[in-house]
Design a protein around this ligand. Sequence first.
Ligand code: 5FU
Length: 267
Amino acid sequence: MASSKAYGDRVASHSNRAAQDLLRTMERKQSNLCVSVDVTSKAAFLAVVEAVGPFVCLIKTHVDVIADFDADLVEQLTQLAAKHDFLIFEDRKFADIGNTVSLQYAGGIYKIASWSHITNAHTVPGPGIIAGLAKVGLPLGRGLLLLAEMSSAGNLATGAYSDQTIAMARAHRDFVVGFIAMQRPSGPADEDFLILTPGVQLGSKGDALGQQYRTPREVVFDSGCDVIIVGRGVTGSGESINVEEVQHQARRYRDEGWSAYRERIAS
Ligand code: 5FU
């Protein structure tokens, strides 16, 4: 069962390069923390990434919220990924037919496939969305997460929808490396999906717009998820970045996530 194995021992269960790299990075850095850098200026974005880089296995982006996004931001982000040893996950949540998503993934202003190791997609359009993204991403060694569940109150990714999402992933194991989900789905003992989980914060149960938070321990130990995704818990809300505080919080969530994982594999 994947949840009782060490991250490093799970590399062999994956054929996808991005999945292998993420598991190796987690083991090497002793971190299952992904920081979601949801700020709206390039300067704030790069300041947060520089501050949290040493503590994370993965940086999650929403590049379309950055008002002064440019090619240099990608260049600097890529350099910071090499310097601090983390992977990049653009949380694009593709949701269209295969032909359209292949254009959105490869091109436009953002050229996501050229720099983001991992991205994600809704399964509403059916399996053609996976084929369209795989056409672009697989030759580059990229990986895809499917949204099996969401953290927000009242979301519709439940029950049969989640089950069918998991079935779609099983049919595309070369490119689909795991899920955005709130818990590890049940499956055969030798099945290994990466479970990345947003909606994580210490000391808050949610925000005013439907977000719902759990603690790192609830996510990693109780629910068997692999990566905690933390946004405002680390960055704070708003644009003014207090680098020392951001670093303090990143270290705190890294430590909480890792000790929950250690407890899980020991149990
Ligand atoms: F798929 C999902 C989801 O179900 N919930 C989320 O919160 C994605 N997210 C993202 O994680 C969301 O778009 C934010 O970028 C991030 C959570 O940020 P927070 O500040 O920790 O609430």
